[in-house]
Design a protein around this ligand. Structure first.
Ligand SMILES: Cc1ncc(COP(=O)(O)O)c(C=O)c1O
Length: 466
C-alpha cells in the first residue's frame, strides 16, 4: 500500500441505505479529519496511506464508524479476521480471561497456552509436532530461517543457503526484508546476506501463453536453479526454501508442477521447505492451509494473522527434531504466548471447526470467482487477470491502450468503493485484493461484488470523459 494519496477533502457522495451498507455523510467524514491530522502529526508517515475511514466498531463482515456509516469489509483487516470481526467465541473467551485478571505471563506457563498449543498441533497435519509462539509474522519468518540454518549446520557447517522468491512478502524486519529480494526496499540494510538467494517468481506469463498446460514448469524451476548455480551457489549448501504460499500482492499461485519439482529437488539435496502461511492460512483459500493446494508436504509452516483472528500472535510449527534444534531455554520473546492472545487463538480455532468455515470458504469462494469472471469478461480491456482461490482474489488491472500494468485505476476504484460502502484491499500496485471474513453471508458477498463492479464502471466513465 503506497504511492497513492486518497483525498482528504470531504466529498458529497450519494447516500446509501442497504441491508449491508450505510453511507450517510460526506466521505471522508468531516468530523474525522482531526484524527487524521493528529496521526499525521504524531505518527510516522510510513504507517499511513490507508483508505480514510475511522473504525469505531467491527462485527462479522461489517465495519462501523462513529458517524453512522457502515461498510461491507472485503479486507478482513488484511486476512486476520477470517472468523469474522469480533467473533463471539473470541470475545467471550477474552472477557473471561480479562475477568480472571491474567493479562501477561512472559514465559511463565499459563493453562490457556498449553490448551491452545495442544489444539493447534491436533488440527495440523501429522508432521507438525511442536510449535514456537511469537507475536508478529515477521518474527515467525525469521525464526523459520534460523531453524532451517540450524538444521543445515547440523549436516555441514556451510549448509546455510536460504532460497526465497523475488517480490515475496515475509515481513519488515531486517532478515525478512532480505528475503524479499527487492534491492530498493533492502537498500537501507547496506549489504545482502551472501547466503540468501532469490528465484524469480514463476508468473503465469512466463509460459509465453498463460494457461498453456503443456508448459514444463518442473523444467522451468530446474533451469532457474542452474542459473543460481552459475552465479556461485552450491546445491549441497542450501539449508532450505521459504515460499510465500502465493504471491501476496496479486494472490498469484505457483504452478503445481513447479512446486512439485522444487520439493523433489529439496528432498534430493536434504534442504528443508518452509511455507509462509501467514496470509493464506486458516481456511482462507478453501483448505486449512494454502500449501495443501499443491499436493506437497513441507517441513515448517509460518503462521500468523488469522491464527488468532484478532490479537497479535504468530507461530512456527514443525517436527520435534527441527523445533528442538535450538538449545533448552535459548529462544523466547517477551510477549510470545501472551495468555490473552492464546485465549483468542484457541477460541478462533474452535470457531473455524464449529462453524465449518473452511468448507464455507470453498463454497462462497466458488461464487466469488464466478462473479469476478463475469466482471473480467465485461471489462476485459481493463482487467488482465483474476487470481486466487476460495475467499481470496487478486484482480489485476492494465492500461487499455498499452496493456501495461496500471496502478492508478485500481486506486481510484478502491476510493470510489469506499464512498459507496465497500472496503477493498488497496495494494498500491496494479492489483486489488478481495478477502472478506469467511463468515460473510452470501447475500452481502454478492452486494459487495456489485459495488465493486459499479465502482469500476463509474471510474471507467469518468476516465473516458477526462
Ligand atoms: C505472507 C506474509 N508473511 C509475513 C508477513 C508479515 O507479518 P506481520 O505483518 O505480522 O509481521 C505478512 C504480512 O502481511 C505476509 O503477508
Amino acid at each position: 500500500m503506497s504511492g497513492y494519496y486518497f483525498s482528504m477533502i470531504p466529498q458529497d457522495v450519494p447516500q446509501v441505505v442497504s441491508k449491508h451498507r450505510h453511507i450517510k455523510t460526506q466521505i471522508p467524514v468531516p468530523e474525522s479529519l482531526p484524527f487524521f491530522s493528529d496521526l499525521d502529526r504524531y505518527e510516522s508517515r510510513s504507517m499511513h496511506g490507508q483508505l480514510p475511514v475511522v473504525w469505531d466498531r467491527a462485527e462479522g463482515y461489517q465495519v462501523f464508524d462513529p458517524w453512522g456509516n457502515c461498510w461491507i469489509d472485503f479486507t478482513s483487516t488484511i486476512f486476520v479476521t477470517n472468523t469474522g470481526h469480533a467473533n463471539e467465541k473470541i470475545v467471550d473467551s477474552l472477557i473471561s480471561s480479562i475477568n480472571r485478571r491474567l493479562l501477561h505471563t512472559y514465559t511463565f506457563i499459563s493453562k490457556v497456552r498449553a490448551e491452545f498449543l495442544k489444539k493447534l498441533i491436533e488440527i495440523l497435519p501429522a508432521q507438525f509436532e511442536k510449535a514456537f509462539l511469537l507475536s508478529a509474522g515477521t518474527e515467525a519468518t525469521e525464526c523459520a530461517v534460523k531453524l532451517m540454518r540450524l538444521h543445515g549446520q547440523s549436516i555441514h557447517p556451510n549448509k546455510l543457503g536460504i532460497i526465497s522468491f523475488r517480490g515475496g512478502m515475509h515481513g519488515r524486519t531486517m532478515g525478512a526484508e532480505m528475503l524479499k529480494g527487492d534491492p530498493k526496499q533492502s537498500e537501507w540494510i547496506g549489504y545482502m546476506d551472501p547466503n540468501i538467494y532469490h528465484l524469480p517468481f514463476p508468473y503465469p506469463w512466463c509460459a509465453k501463453e498463460p494457461g498453456n498446460s503443456q508448459y514444463d514448469w518442473g523444467q522451468h524451476f530446474l533451469a532457474d536453479m542452474e542459473n543460481l548455480k552459475f552465479k556461485g551457489m552450491k546445491f549441497e549448501n542450501i539449508a532450505g526454501f521459504i515460499i510465500e504460499s502465493y504471491l501476496g500482492w496479486g494472490a498469484i499461485f505457483y504452478p503445481e508442477a513447479y512446486i512439485k519439482s522444487l520439493v523433489q529437488f529439496a528432498r534430493q539435496y536434504n534442504c528443508l521447505i518452509t511455507f509462509d502461511e501467514i496470509q493464506g492460512g486458516f481456511g482462507r483459500t478453501g483448505k486449512l492451509f494454502c500449501y495443501q493446494h499443491y499436493g506437497v508436504e513441507p517441513d515448517l509452516l509460518c503462521l500468523g494473522k488469522a491464527i488468532s483472528g484478532s490479537l497479535p500472535l504468530s507461530a512456527v510449527v514443525g517436527s520435534k527434531d527441527i523445533m528442538d534444534l535450538p538449545a533448552f531455554g535459548s529462544m523466547s520473546s517477551t510477549h510470545s504466548a501472551n495468555p490473552l492472545c492464546c485465549a483468542a487463538a484457541l477460541a478462533n480455532l474452535e470457531a473455524i471447526e464449529a462453524d465449518n468455515l473452511i468448507e464455507a470458504a470453498a463454497a462462497k469462494g466458488a461464487l466469488l470467482h464466478q462473479l469476478l469472471q463475469d466482471i473480467k469478461n465485461k471489462y476485459s480491456h481493463r482487467i488482465s487477470y483474476i487470481f486466487g482461490k476460495g475467499l481470496l482474489a487478486g484482480v489485476l488491472f492494465k492500461d487499455p491502450q498499452t496493456g501495461e500494468p496500471d496502478s492508478l485505476f485500481p486506486s481510484l476504484v478502491c476510493e470510489r468503493a469506499m464512498q459507496k460502502g465497500l472496503l477493498l484491499v488497496h495494494t498500491g500496485r496494479e492489483s486489488i485484493k478481495i478477502g472478506p471474513p469467511l463468515t460473510i453471508p452470501e447475500e452481502a458477498l454478492i452486494e459487495g461484488i456489485e459495488v465493486f463492479a459499479e465502482s469500476i464502471q463509474e471510474i471507467e466513465n469518468e476516465s473516458a470523459k477526462s
